[in-house]
Design a protein around this ligand. Structure first.
Ligand SMILES: *[C@@H]1O[C@H](CO)[C@@H](O)[C@H](O)[C@H]1NC(C)=O
Ligand SMILES: *[C@@H]1O[C@H](CO)[C@@H](O)[C@H](O)[C@H]1NC(C)=O
Ligand SMILES: *[C@@H]1O[C@H](CO)[C@@H](O)[C@H](O)[C@H]1NC(C)=O
Ligand SMILES: *[C@@H]1O[C@H](CO)[C@@H](O)[C@H](O)[C@H]1NC(C)=O
Ligand SMILES: *[C@@H]1O[C@H](CO)[C@@H](O)[C@H](O)[C@H]1NC(C)=O
Ligand SMILES: *[C@@H]1O[C@H](CO)[C@@H](O)[C@H](O)[C@H]1NC(C)=O
Ligand SMILES: *[C@@H]1O[C@H](CO)[C@@H](O)[C@H](O)[C@H]1NC(C)=O
Ligand SMILES: *[C@@H]1O[C@H](CO)[C@@H](O)[C@H](O)[C@H]1NC(C)=O
Ligand SMILES: *[C@@H]1O[C@H](CO)[C@@H](O)[C@H](O)[C@H]1NC(C)=O
Ligand SMILES: *[C@@H]1O[C@H](CO)[C@@H](O)[C@H](O)[C@H]1NC(C)=O
Ligand SMILES: *[C@@H]1O[C@H](CO)[C@@H](O)[C@H](O)[C@H]1NC(C)=O
Length: 246
């Protein structure tokens, strides 16, 4: 009896294995012929961009990776698509100008086909700055029409005079319905630079949230260690006391 049932079990096991194998091979052959999967956009390289004043002093500094995300009319596909384009630091020139209440960073690619302009404004009464305008003009070979997107009433990257704004996490800055800018590992100071050095960094909320998790985990672990330690010490004291009384 037991011998037969063990044999049966073995047989059932074999059948099950076979079924699984067949199912997998069927699934593999059933799958539609996969077109090349859309390649996910790569992370843009981080660039050092700066603006120098008329007298040669650096008045704006930015370190960041930039990615343009824009809805364009593709010539090859004959339809509107979202195009993701990284700025390549070694193929990008930076220029611009600074005055007391506004600072402009213009980033141009080497063949002069892409011009991205960021304007920062300083509010002299509050001593706070922010990114107030972004514009993009570009002529790309695979895009039907010249690109021209801009928004002059933005309020991003808010910081304090004399300090830099920092955001390690990826941030998406929506400029228009058809154009947004993704920033990576950003640090920028558009005003009150002393030498070519960033002032104290003010971190964005995303980074602070990110930092909160390890802090909470660390605190929980420390608490656990403390509880174990206290329990151990109490236990030791008790057993010690017990030993003495005997
Ligand atoms: C950018 O600047 C930082 C700090 O000044 C420096 O360490 C780094 O090597 C620079 N990177 C490039 C690509 O110039
Ligand atoms: C350069 O010009 C800025 C204002 O345009 C001024 O604040 C700064 O002191 C000048 N620096 C030198 C070295 O002249
Ligand atoms: C680009 O923007 C579109 C529309 O907002 C969005 O669906 C897409 O995920 C964005 N792509 C990237 C890489 O940010
Ligand atoms: C592009 O698409 C439009 C309508 O979507 C169509 O009228 C036109 O013929 C297409 N052109 C090409 C070259 O396929
Ligand atoms: C720019 O950088 C990329 C990636 O690091 C590299 O492949 C390319 O050769 C560089 N181009 C120039 C002109 O330095
Ligand atoms: C790009 O523009 C700059 C400044 O206007 C100019 O000096 C440079 O020669 C231009 N380069 C090309 C490839 O047109
Ligand atoms: C500066 O900020 C204050 C308070 O937010 C605001 O009332 C004022 O309009 C701002 N000034 C400028 C020039 O934007
Ligand atoms: C970008 O700016 C340069 C210099 O200002 C100009 O010569 C070029 O035509 C611009 N390119 C586009 C696509 O707007
Ligand atoms: C920033 O620079 C402006 C103009 O040079 C000056 O008036 C202001 O006091 C400076 N603020 C700080 C915090 O350094
Ligand atoms: C410019 O940005 C503001 C704030 O994000 C938005 O309310 C407004 O619709 C934008 N304007 C355009 C033309 O996209
Ligand atoms: C955004 O792109 C779509 C598709 O190309 C276009 O129909 C629409 O007019 C654009 N919107 C703006 C505000 O440019």
């Amino acid at each position: 009896m037991t011998h037969r049932s063990r044999k049966q079990q073995l047989f059932l096991c074999f059948i099950a294995l076979l079924a699984v194998t067949l199912r997998q091979s069927y699934a593999a052959t059933d799958a539609p012929p996969t077109a090349a999967p859309p390649t996910p956009p790569t992370r843009p390289e981080r660039g050092n961009y700066s603006v120098t004043n008329g007298n040669g002093t650096t008045c704006l500094m930015a370190r960041m990776g930039l990615q343009i995300n824009i809805s364009v009319s593709s010539a090859a596909l004959n339809k509107t698509v979202w195009k993701v384009q990284n700025l390549q630091p070694n193929l990008t020139r930076s220029s611009g100008s600074c005055d007391l209440e506004s600072a402009t960073l213009q980033l141009t690619d080497v063949p002069n086909k892409t011009n991205l302009t960021l304007v920062f404004s300083m509010n002299a009464t509050t001593n706070k700055f922010h990114l107030s305008a972004v514009s993009l003009s570009a002529i790309w070979p695979d895009v039907k029409r010249p690109i021209a997107e801009s928004n002059g009433s933005l309020d991003y990257l808010r910081g304090t005079a004399g300090r830099s704004y920092m955001c390690r996490e990826e941030q998406t800055l929506a400029v228009t319905v058809n154009f947004s800018l993704n920033t990576f590992q950003l640090q920028v100071q558009p005003f009150n630079l002393t030498g070519a050095e960033f002032g104290t960094a003010e971190e964005c909320q995303l980074d602070e949230d990110d930092m909160l998790i390890p802090i909470i985990v660390g605190a929980a672990l420390a608490g656990l260690v403390l509880v174990v330690l206290v329990a151990y010490l109490i236990g030791r004291k008790r057993s010690h006391a017990g030993y003495q009384t005997i």
